[in-house]
Design a protein around this ligand. Sequence first.
Ligand SMILES: Cc1cc2nc3c(=O)[nH]c(=O)nc-3n(C[C@H](O)[C@H](O)[C@H](O)COP(=O)(O)OP(=O)(O)OC[C@H]3O[C@@H](n4cnc5c(N)ncnc54)[C@H](O)[C@@H]3O)c2cc1C
Length: 453
Amino acid sequence: MSADAVVVGGGLAGSEAAWQLAKRGINVKLFEMRPDISTGAHQTGYLAELVCSNSLGSKLPDRASGVLMTELRTLGSIVLICAERNAVPAGGALAVDREHFARDVTEQIEKNPQIQVIRNEARSIPEGFVVIASGPLTSDSLTQAICGLSGQDHLFFFDALAPILDAESIDMSIAYRASRYERGDREEGDYINCPLNKAEYEAFVDSLLRAERIPLRSFEKEIEEGVRAGAHHYFEGCLPVEIIAERGRESLAFGPMRPVGLRDPRSGERPHAVLQLRQDNLAGSLYNMVGFQTNLTYDEQRKVFRMIPGLEKARFQRYGQMHRNTFLNSPMQLQANLQHVDRSDLFFAGQLTGVEGYLGNIATGLLAGINLSRRIKGDDLLVMPRETMLGSLAHYIAHADAKLFQPMKANFGLMPPLEDGRRRNRRERASAYAERSAAILAEFLENTQEICA
Ligand SMILES: Cc1cc2nc3c(=O)[nH]c(=O)nc-3n(C[C@H](O)[C@H](O)[C@H](O)COP(=O)(O)OP(=O)(O)OC[C@H]3O[C@@H](n4cnc5c(N)ncnc54)[C@H](O)[C@@H]3O)c2cc1C
């Protein structure tokens, strides 16, 4: 098969990009280094493996991620189709059975006659028409090659993973099922909730603050060897619980352990704090600790997290851990169509562009795939309208302040304000953004005559 395009990285973005290219008649070579070379966080050889949360975010049409989800559906995202057919109950969120989902994406890609999956590391940036979507854990040699591109340093900071527990080990005489504000798929509630009263919460926070953490030595070494020495910090949207607790004793109770909308059915009371557990596989045998990213040692995770009522005998199927997150200084390197500023045949997609969140990564993969196919055919490249969530994200990474550039998730703050002069509350504003995005995207697609569904 003669390849017209190369995609590096078979994650969420790369799988989507390869599919979109193939759909437009382009032959694709998709390089994925797993399973032979590991990223340290992925555990399988499947394409589109989700490494942490199994939730792709809210599917409510008037939430930021819901708007992006609607756009992806309109644009014909294969990864979203796979996510929706492998969904598990998760209230208003789209969460998936991670193994079934990744297997489904892998099958779709591998059986596509126009895509050849090559299980090899790309150690440099290939010549020709390319999408690089090698993610936050891009291999070292490719990272170096990317750094050399425009003489720009890459950036990186630290993210953390939340633990996954065996469902059977959760004490359901203490924990209870409920969805926040009873907004869920299952009548009995989609989440398992572990309630803490004030004294239990205080004792938990004390132990959490005292607990031993895994030293960042290996990462510090990486920084020394890396390009930007000393630039380690955490991503605000994915802070470890112990770091959140350091910011104030009640910050967990107002953050990942907030109890609002989660009354304990046994007492009829709202607990002081709640740990939510979200179903992680279709069988319902695994649950992840929502928002509980951590860098405690494994011993301490067992000790401290078992203080949470209901988790006294919890078995950890996977412990929380820290990981590196590599991304470009995109405002210096990328245009809003995801094309590199110095190489018109090179596109970037996924987390590497500084777009955060599974859906955003899928969306940039989709846009890079469409635009590379247009570049190959000599058509004008698409810059998505800013009134769409995808357009806002792409605009952000291309135009943010390069000195302060930080990865960004889908959010309404990125979109241009509504200018019809009407007064609206938050919900009404969100609905208006959603309606505007749908209308403008439909018109845009009609004008550009892109093949979508
Ligand atoms: C540990 C961890 C936890 C995370 N938790 C969350 C979360 O809970 N929610 C969330 O929204 N986001 C999370 N993220 C961010 C997450 O990575 C992205 O949202 C999403 O997976 C990124 O998609 P991607 O396609 O850009 O990268 P990935 O999905 O990581 O895919 C990149 C692929 O490229 C491959 N690869 C790397 N280098 C090479 C090479 N040189 N040659 C060939 N193949 C290569 C990798 O093996 C990988 O399969 C997490 C990231 C990590 C690392």
